[in-house]
Ligand binder design. Sequence first.
Ligand code: 3H9
Length: 702
Amino acid sequence: MNNVVTTQRDGSLAIVTVDNPPVNALSQAVRVGIAEAIIQAGKDPEVKAIVLICAGRTFMAGADITEFGKPPLPPALPDMIDVLDQCPKLLVAVIHGTALGGGLETALGCHYRCAVPSAKLGLPEVKLGLLPGAGGTQRLPRLAGVANALEMMVTGNPVSAAVALERGIVDHIVEGDLKEGALAYARSLLAGGASVRRVRELPVNTDGLPEDFFEQQAAGLARAARGYFSPFRILQCVRNAVEMDFDAGMAAERELFIECLASPQSAALRHVFFAERQVSRIPGLDKGIQELPIRAVGIVGAGTMGGGIAMNFVNVGIPVHLVEREQSALDRGLKIIRGNYERTMKKGRLTAEALEERMGLISGSTDYADLAKADLVIEAVFENMALKKQVFGELDRVCKAGAILASNTSTLDVDEIAASTSRPEFVLGMHFFSPANVMRLLEIVRGEKTSPEVLGTVVKLAKTIRKTGVVSGVCFGFIGNRMLEGYAREVGLMLLEGAAPERIDAIVQGLGFPMGPNAMIDMAGVDVRAKVIGEARELGILPADERYEAVTLKLAADGRFGQKTGAGIFRYEPGNRKPIPDPVVSELIAAEAARLGVPQREHSDEEILDRCMLPLVNEGSRILEEGIAFRPGDIDIVWLYGYGFPAFHGGPMHYADTVGLPNVLARMKEFADRDGDAFGYWTPSALLEKLADAGDNFASLK
Ligand code: 3H9
């Protein structure tokens, strides 16, 4: 017997236990162990029924993702599940924690399933660019019905034990002790004369399914899963379950699974899975550090940002006190927060009681002294260094010793801000993205003097408020906005050269971004962008290039601030966010180009895409080189969750690896040769050159 799967006997029951921490992933050792244990117990004349159960915090959470992309190790999961399916003894899966992917498929290969009320069951393979490849696409429709099964597989979202019971995915809910309850259930099945029941032998029920069900679903996916590969293969598999016999459906599932596994999308999404889990590991941060308790939060500034930030905390039960300069601004801020919650309530996602409970956790005043008891204060005032320093000076005066003071600055020097207090070790940046109650990303900016306890506390806090926290060093714009500069610069230059904004946006969207760069600036505010450029110029970090963001600056000067004023790079109909090309802007751009003497040219689609993406890669590489980001994956996560970089391309650094670093360099050189490189726009980062020369890629830096 192997050391991750063991068998015990309890009367006529065999108990097969999987113990493969942390999540009982179905590694080769587990597959071998389960298959052997079931064959053994199946042959034992004294065993009447077998219970398959897991130790630790969860049932099997799926195939072992670390094995993907490596040569297959026998037995394949579908073969192991065949062994379960064919077992001559009654076989019961006992589910606690999460039965996910191959884990749920293993349970579906058993003859009965029971689960504790807190269990969650799902087939999340789609999130890894895969499809359930161990019979899930054929077995789940037989138990849960075609529509329910398809929905679970294309969204990848799990269902609760109660829903699973209602849909026939589990047969029984175990109350009380997991093992005792499961054994009692197995005994009751035996006592009731239950026989082996193989899911493969059940019919697929198509009652009530519209005739054009699959066509309708395909049309829905074309909208909801634009650019994705595996959801369409999942649909095909479910259709096969209806139209083919079980074995043929299984064979087709296998083929399509292998196709998904080999797809670049799956490689990208698996990279994202691991990168997401790595961001909270901070090199050099001692595991034993004492995190500070955060029981009360203060926020300075009750504008859109401050209000959005407040919602994150009260959503998880942490009270917030807001401080504004004027009572009227505070009242306005509180009204906006209530309005946001009311909208959620109208959508049925929040009860009236929960709304009042959350609002009850928010207080406000115009007096800094009311922040004296806060464990953490986040400053969310206007992006201006002098103002921020003044706020931090005030906070230093009123806040208790040991309170963490954070700035929500999106670009400014956190060390300079920290220096305006007597406690720089308690100061850091917490850069939320707008809308702060919705966007998942939080850039955590560690100052030169930020203490490990403070950093560790905020990294953990990010998880508590359900954000993905990525740590950045101090530099203008940190990870995300610093990289945005080169991207925006090239977009601005291409506009001056005569590329239409809607064309640039369409090409970037073609890669899978939800919106193009021009629409994004209109949404964020042309004035906001112009202000950032102004500040960067003041700090002397912009090139002496008159063309730099000339279009944005001109639009801002003309009062075209973007969506909020109904006109920016595009124009907008009242109440509609759809960008509409505006001839006025074409004229404005042409006039700017003439004024600056920018020659007009034709751009290929490829050039537009490369000039948008390669500056991201080059700046990302510099950010790594300088130690601003710890890992390429951290940069990818910033761009995925902060800027809508398509997950199926894995983020800018993973994207560069797939393009090939020598190709990235060659293309940059082409632009430099053609246009000159007076301002260093196409000067490659030393790290990029080093990796390319060595035949390495960013992934090798992990
Ligand atoms: C599949 O099953 C394909 C089949 O259909 C067909 C095959 C032929 N493998 O998330 P956490 C690690 S595809 C390997 O922080 P939580 C994870 O990296 C699979 N490792 O904990 C982390 O490691 P570390 C379908 C895995 O409590 C540690 O476990 N299944 C796997 O927040 C803890 O993870 C899925 O997609 C794995 N499958 O959440 C489920 N899963 O500590 C993926 C986790 O070194 N997993 N690890 O960083 C999850 O959704 C969450 O991990 C889970 C726990 C909800 C289970």
